[in-house]
Design a protein around this ligand. Sequence first.
Ligand SMILES: Cc1cc2nc3c(=O)[nH]c(=O)nc-3n(C[C@H](O)[C@H](O)[C@H](O)COP(=O)(O)OP(=O)(O)OC[C@H]3O[C@@H](n4cnc5c(N)ncnc54)[C@H](O)[C@@H]3O)c2cc1C
Length: 376
Amino acid sequence: MPEVIVVGAGIGGLATAIAFTRLGRPVRVLERTPELAAPGAGLSLWPNALRALDALGIGDRVRSRAVEHGSAGIRDSRGRWLSEFDLPALAQRYGLPIVVHRADLLDILRSALPAGAIRTGVTVTEARPDGLVRHTGGEIRADLIVGADGINSVVRRAVADTVHPVYSGYTAWRVVVAPSGPVTEFGESWGRGLRFGFAPLTDGRIYAFACANKPEGAPSAGLAEVRELFGDWHDPIPALLAAADPAAVLHHDIYRLPGLKSFVAGRIALLGDAAHAMSPNLGQGACQALEDAVVLAAVVAESGVAGTAETGSDGLARYDRLRRPRTRMIAARSDRLGAVGQLSSRPVVAARDAVMRMTPPSAQFRALAPILDWRP
Ligand SMILES: Cc1cc2nc3c(=O)[nH]c(=O)nc-3n(C[C@H](O)[C@H](O)[C@H](O)COP(=O)(O)OP(=O)(O)OC[C@H]3O[C@@H](n4cnc5c(N)ncnc54)[C@H](O)[C@@H]3O)c2cc1C
């Protein structure tokens, strides 16, 4: 039977492989890294993503290794409320988001696949709309090629070769900390061009992240820089930074992908960050990759064949129609939130904070509705 070839064993690629495996389609995942290492820190998964994980049959396994996100809103650097969420309403209408360690999520995704489905140490060098995949070990013909190879996707060249990631203007640090005392709160706090957030994971660990406006590619002094920027913010931020291990800090400049004209070309479908890498401000990048996976498998199954993009009535064209507008809307909202969060001029930040204090929780709830409403 012709194969589905998935390029990339990240969250999006693994979820896609699970979705096609559940349909009885043979799937092979090609991953460039030699080992399935599990870097990363915490990850928020919103109720829309939890529904996608339920559709893949692993929602409860992920929930069992996660903590429900009880963030009550956004504070300023001294800990005063700027904006409070209506958590009971969120829980009642959609369910609460969860926070999971990325390594735990990847572990669950991998273990839901049959042995041998993932080939590591294979770098894809070219994917063609006619179904040919060239890689460091040779070439294969596929019925369907899924480009799940992340923001710098090689597969994307066959779909949109002139679109490249754009720097968002801010950089991010992430770390998982084991603090000496218990931290049960969740929080995100905004200053001038600076943001800091933290959330409990399982086993007493805390996921902490920080953002700062910086030029693209500027070197970072890692934890020392984060301590310098945030060491005098409200509790428990100084204690979290004191407990952090400098070697465990991850640092990445934040990029986003401009909107593509199509996610599909011939036998290729792009998915996850390869299709719509977005800024992390709404915590939706991986959530959208999980939605993509479920939708792609469903529309391909409904159309009966993997098909090609050109016929218009087949699975791939429908996948594009279903996924592109939604992910573009969410990416745009995420960028806007990031732009507001990273404002740095003193009077503008004072005005922003005043507006946030006056905005009722119901406004945020309404803004989240079109994102969280999604169902497989
Ligand atoms: C600071 C930060 C915080 C974030 N927080 C959240 C959050 O809280 N919630 C959320 O939902 N999202 C969050 N995201 C976004 C999320 O991390 C991404 O959207 C998600 O990981 C994308 O998954 P993916 O599978 O599409 O791509 P990736 O995770 O990038 O996986 C791509 C895979 O493809 C492999 N690969 C690449 N090129 C090739 C090749 N040529 N051949 C073979 N293999 C290849 C790579 O090695 C990798 O394994 C955050 C992102 C950042 C930067």
